[in-house]
Design a protein around this ligand. Structure first.
Ligand code: FES
Ligand code: FE2
Length: 361
């Protein structure tokens, strides 16, 4: 059987992803297991645990919606299912600091390592408790104070993280603090992949971002393909020490824009890091969370023609326009610019490969 989606590996011969991908609700659902359950998701910063040790959250709220919780226990953070193994009530409903997790439905207790502790009314039960009565453990890892979790970790993101460490060996991750005032969440009437595609090319910068185009050198804009990721590099005239790449110190880096398949963007600037998380809601609705982390006393610039918010609203405007066009009976597929759109081509290839694969769980 020929694959439903195929992207020619040679960009000069390739056509873009079929518009059916964005329209068909079954494909949207297929992406849950084949792509998002297999991905690593950005959950939180370690500073979350300054105030509490238990942190419940939903894995991709409104899409996969898997209830999970992070537990910090003796300085180690682990992730577990937040679903009681008795009759599925949620165990923790809000961040807290306690030594025993107690389900409020019928009082089942769990230790902080997720194991079953005790349960009233279960005296005399045979073959009880067993491992099945423990909270299910979920894969997790911490990288430079950021916590990632996955339901079925099979999309490897280490090549992207290694690239960041090689290019930014002195980026002060330990000095980053979450700046709530400049963090923001939007709901956009567009498919999540259209949002990502727009991010993955700088081709549109001179057309869509007139302010940003004055700040960066569009002639040296560069796109590098990584395993399960893309890096875009924008240069400027002024040297910005914090982003100096020791391997090419003469370059004046304005921003390093890393994208991790399928939906995480880590944007490094001289003032800090903007982590953008793209969360599917429906074929026509996407939540985008901009989480701002600033270095020490620095701040995300709020004035001028190239603020993150201004650029974001310009991007949202074109993405919403594409959402209208992608439904057209007259549009099925386009072609790529080999010079400017290799990030989009890479993304489409990853999507097609994932959708053509069978899911393993
Ligand atoms: S569902 Fe949790 S104790 Fe019954
Ligand atoms: Fe843009």
């Amino acid at each position: 059987m020929s694959p439903k989606f195929s992207i020619h590996p040679n960009i000069a011969q390739a056509e873009t992803l079929s518009s059916e991908f964005y329209e068909n609700p079954e494909i949207f659902i297929d992406c849950k297991e084949k792509i998002f359950a297999a991905s690593w998701q950005f959950i939180t910063h370690l500073s979350t645990f300054n105030d509490h040790t238990i942190f419940p959250f939903s894995f991709l709220k409104g899409y996969i919606d898997e209830p999970l919780l992070l537990i910090k226990n003796e300085d180690v953070i682990n992730c577990y299912s937040n679903v009681c193994t008795h009759r599925a009530h949620l165990v923790a409903s809000r961040p807290c600091s306690i030594n025993t997790l107690r389900c409020l439905y019928h009082g089942r207790n769990y230790n902080l390592d997720g194991t079953f502790k005790s349960m009233p009314g279960f005296e005399g039960l045979q073959d009880f408790p067993t491992k099945k009565d423990n909270l299910k453990s979920i894969p997790i890892f911490t990288w430079n104070n950021f916590v990632f979790a996955s339901l079925n970790a099979s999309i490897d993101m280490t090549s992207v993280l290694n690239d960041i460490e090689q290019r930014l060996p002195s980026f002060p991750f330990d000095d980053l603090t979450h700046d709530e005032d400049s963090s923001k969440s939007w709901e956009i009437n567009a498919h999540w992949a259209l949002y990502c595609e727009n991010y993955l090319e700088g081709f549109h910068v001179p057309f869509v971002h007139k302010g940003l185009a004055k700040d960066i050198d569009v002639n040296t804009y560069e796109t590098k393909l990584l395993e399960n990721g893309v890096l875009q590099i924008a240069e400027c005239e002024e040297p910005l020490e914090i982003l100096k790449d020791p391997r090419s110190p003469s370059r004046n880096i304005y921003g390093l824009y890393y994208w991790i398949f399928p939906n995480i963007m880590l944007n490094f600037y001289s003032w800090g890091l903007s982590a953008n998380i793209v969360e599917p809601i429906s074929t026509q609705k996407t939540r985008v969370r901009f989480l701002s982390f600033v270095i020490n006393e620095m701040a995300q610039p709020q004035e001028g023609d190239a603020t993150l918010e201004r650029v974001e609203l310009e991007d949202q405007s074109v993405v919403k326009s594409v959402q209208k066009g992608i439904k057209s009976r007259y549009y099925k597929r386009g072609r790529y610019s080999p010079l400017h759109e290799k990030g989009v081509h890479h993304f489409h290839g990853l999507l097609a490969d994932a959708l053509n694969s069978s899911v393993c769980s």
